[in-house]
Ligand binder design. Structure first.
Ligand SMILES: NC(=O)c1ccc[n+]([C@@H]2O[C@H](COP(=O)([O-])OP(=O)(O)OC[C@H]3O[C@@H](n4cnc5c(N)ncnc54)[C@H](O)[C@@H]3O)[C@@H](O)[C@H]2O)c1
Length: 361
């Protein structure tokens, strides 16, 4: 096992699939063996590009003995059902963000992985950026003192063409939300990872510009379990779109991150830190990603399987950002009322009603 490569399969051959294929090709312990999509041309294209067979039936992929791990790269509302099928077939899973779009389905996939003794890892590739690691470490080491504010601002741009590029995009049923559930989930995950859990939220979600079902803009006030407060802003409707900003303030110092770069390291007695990262941002263009983060995910999952340890972002960790977003949606549905976490399954629902705010564009 230690020297043999882990055979990889890809489920869903759209925009994000090549990032997984490249990440697998770059990882020492992994090898792509087959790809699957319900649309034959898409499966065929990715299969041909990476010189592996393609299938159009998930059962055929999951029956392959040379595949031990699958990447789930399908519309978000399909993740749980495909992860459960993979787990029941004994395959380890690397699942794209968000883990799924309901609390109940995320719990079902986490349980299926545990019951079938396979690893389930969620993708949040921005966590592996060196600047994010240094920030988190500084916070954990108490360098900022008592945490006071954890703010996060993700002002991105997604065109009408982007939303029109797939039926599932910006639908409650398959995307599970918009500026927050699809794009902002990265920022929410980083904020939680650095600041800790959220105790309560109050929020407004709106559809201000795009002719879509889900929110294109959201603002939330957060109270963390450690008592700190924070403000979260997420949109996909501003031009031209900017790198995500995270601002972490304590009574002894401040760290500000922009994209994957530290732009302020204001801690008494310490020099400003500068961190160069290999990754590029997707603020204005969803395809402008780098494969470095996905490669780290593939390498981590390989090691987790070989060493029989948890991956760095196991299912229950990837679930957290989705639960906070669901709390924000509930608050918005209730006109900005305070919502306490954890949420129950009954609290699960959209951020705005389809009738709310008819956009003009
Ligand atoms: N980590 C990131 O930064 C990042 C970036 C983009 C997308 N994503 C995530 O990746 C997932 C896919 O997004 P995308 O932009 O690649 O979408 P996409 O629409 O480009 O690709 C989805 C693919 O899944 C296929 N598909 C649909 N139903 C299927 C089924 N039942 N079985 C097999 N294949 C099926 C479609 O034919 C399509 O090829 C989403 O969950 C999204 O949130 C993550």
């Amino acid at each position: 096992m230690a020297t043999e490569k882990l055979g990889w399969g890809i489920i869903g051959c759209g925009v994000i699939a090549p990032f997984h294929a490249q990440a697998v090709a770059q990882a020492a312990n992994a090898e792509l063996r087959a790809v699957y999509d319900i649309v034959e041309e898409k499966a065929q294209k990715v299969g041909a590009e990476y010189n592996v067979p393609y299938v159009t039936d998930i059962a055929e992929l999951l029956a392959r003995e040379d595949v031990q791990v699958v990447s789930i790269c399908t519309p978000s509302g399909l993740h749980a059902e495909q992860a459960i099928a993979a787990a029941e077939a004994g395959k380890h899973i690397l699942c794209e963000k968000p883990l799924d779009i309901t609390l109940e389905k995320m719990d079902a996939m986490i349980e299926a992985a545990a019951a079938n003794n396979v690893k389930l890892a969620g993708v949040f590739q921005k966590r592996s950026a060196p600047a994010v690691h240094r920030t988190r470490q500084a916070v954990r080491n108490g360098k900022l003192g008592k945490l006071v504010l954890g703010d996060c601002c993700q002002k991105w741009y997604r065109s009408h063409e982007y939303y029109a590029s797939g039926d599932w995009r910006a639908s409650w049923e398959m995307d599970g939300g918009g500026a927050l559930m699809n794009q902002g989930v990265h920022a929410v995950d980083l904020l939680l990872w650095i600041m800790g859990g959220v105790a309560r939220v109050s929020a407004y979600c709106r559809r201000l510009v795009r002719n879509i079902e889900v929110e294109d803009t959201a603002v939330a006030i957060l109270e963390f379990t450690n008592g700190a407060l924070g403000v979260l802003e997420a949109t996909t409707s501003v031009t031209p779109g900017y790198d995500c900003r995270l601002e972490i303030h304590g009574d002894a110092g401040t760290i500000k991150l922009q994209g994957e770069e530290i732009v302020a390291w204001d801690i008494e007695g310490e020099a400003q830190e500068a961190v160069e990262d290999e990754a590029r941002g997707a603020a204005a263009d969803p395809t402008a990603l780098d494969t470095a983060g996905h490669r780290r995910h593939v390498e981590d999952l390989c090691e987790a399987i070989i060493q029989d340890r948890e991956p760095q972002i196991p299912g229950n960790e990837a679930r957290k950002a989705v639960e906070v977003i669901k709390a924000i949606y509930l608050s918005s549905r209730q006109g900005g009322a305070t919502v306490e976490l954890p949420l129950s399954y009954e609290d699960d629902g959209p951020g705005i009603y389809p009738s709310q705010v008819i956009p003009k564009w």
